[in-house]
Ligand binder design. Sequence first.
Ligand code: 5AD
Ligand code: SF4
Length: 481
Amino acid sequence: MYNEIDLDKVDLSLEPPSEEPMRQYYFIKKARKIVEEESKRLGRRLTADGETFGCQMNAKDSEKLIGILENIGFEMIDDESADLVFYNTCTVRDNANQRVYGRLGLVHSMKKKNPHKKIALCGCMMQEQTVIEKIQKSYSFVDLIFGTHNIYKFAELLVAMYSSDRMVIDIWKDTDKIVEDLPAQRKYSFKSGVNIMYGCNNFCSYCIVPYVRGRERSRNSKDIIREIEKLVADGVIEVMLLGQNVNSYGKNLDEPMHFAELLQEVEKIEGLERIRFMTSHPKDLSDELIQVMKHSKKICRHLHLPLQAGSTRILTAMNRRYTKEQYLELAHKIRREIPDISITTDIIVGFPGETAEDVNETIEVVKEVQYDNAFTFIYSKRTGTPAASMPNPITDEEIKENFDRLLKVVQETARKRVGRLAGQIHSALVEEINEHDNTLVSGRLSNNTIVHFPGDASLIGTIVNVKLVEAHGFYYIGEQV
Ligand code: 5AD
Ligand code: SF4
């Protein structure tokens, strides 16, 4: 893993090395000089701010970008008035894109007052050619654009940006490269996301992810284990293994390995207390995985199992490659084997041609599976995906009605399901002081439910036993026992 000493060996009088990560160490050192000079000129430290949209993958990528910025000498602040702002964007639904354009309007007026201010854009939205064209045309004040495949090059790109008056753009269509051993700044000291794979090969017909995150690439298990061991040595007790489709982990490795086997290896790491993972595709969820979860002492009692739709007709059009019956059978099997597990899901309403009857089938599935939580989304047309050219005779009003009907059932079932533990004692990992009441701390149960209870900052990062006194919808009020 990255360590400071490596930079002392870097000689800036030479040409930058061509191999990674040495090349990036070179540019980190070079960027440090630029930031130092700029700080001297301004008589203060340069500040930077990172704004992250979208999923856990993006959150993890932002930790890497922030790690590089801090290493270069920026002071990170949580304010878009900073000397450098990066937006790590999401494009899974159009409203995420619209939010970025809104924010760009805001920082443009700030940049007019501070011409030295730099604005960088990265992430999934930047992998779309139409977006790049729009930014070049209407947001020409942006200084740097890069994509999802080259975030490890941030230092090099910053050096290019500070040496140029023009917009620097570096987008790769795809990559088979995985560059490790660069600095990263973790948001929490006691828990961390760990990428186990990148990209997606599923091509669900509504989804833009395979186009913007590229083909599926698994990391070598030894590298993953080594990273987690280092994290544990650094105080981490919970990891979240991240991938778009973790159940197909290992297929493209030189020595193929199943996800269930990787989990068993991770379980062996001493000092690691909890293991989570995200996201599972139902079509690839193996019996071995269920057995490994069942017998594990560390894998949390939570499975996020996106349903997307409950009608087999719509599932087929979505290219999900399972039927309603297969999904239900899988959910029942999981509940039978691991009765205390919580299952959560993602559901899309308004996929082209989805009728009220189709949504009734989704509602049936929700009632039968009894999700602890379900994230419901209105379908958003993504240019370039197969679903974008499917005719959709359903009106927006009908879609909204179907969505509201589903949401009501989702909320009712989740409330009942989450509340079932009232009166019991469970262990919770304390994550933070409660946002609204600083006499309380907020912790997470193994099954991902939140509990708030009296406590102070000394508990943060520890696992304690909590009595779940009262259920309040999606969370509990409890007391430490
Ligand atoms: N429209 C609406 N929701 C979508 N998702 C993915 N693509 C779209 C889209 N085009 C949802 C899926 C996925 C979650 C991360 O986002 O439910 O599981
Ligand atoms: Fe998108 Fe489907 Fe891949 Fe998930 S599995 S990222 S929904 S294509």
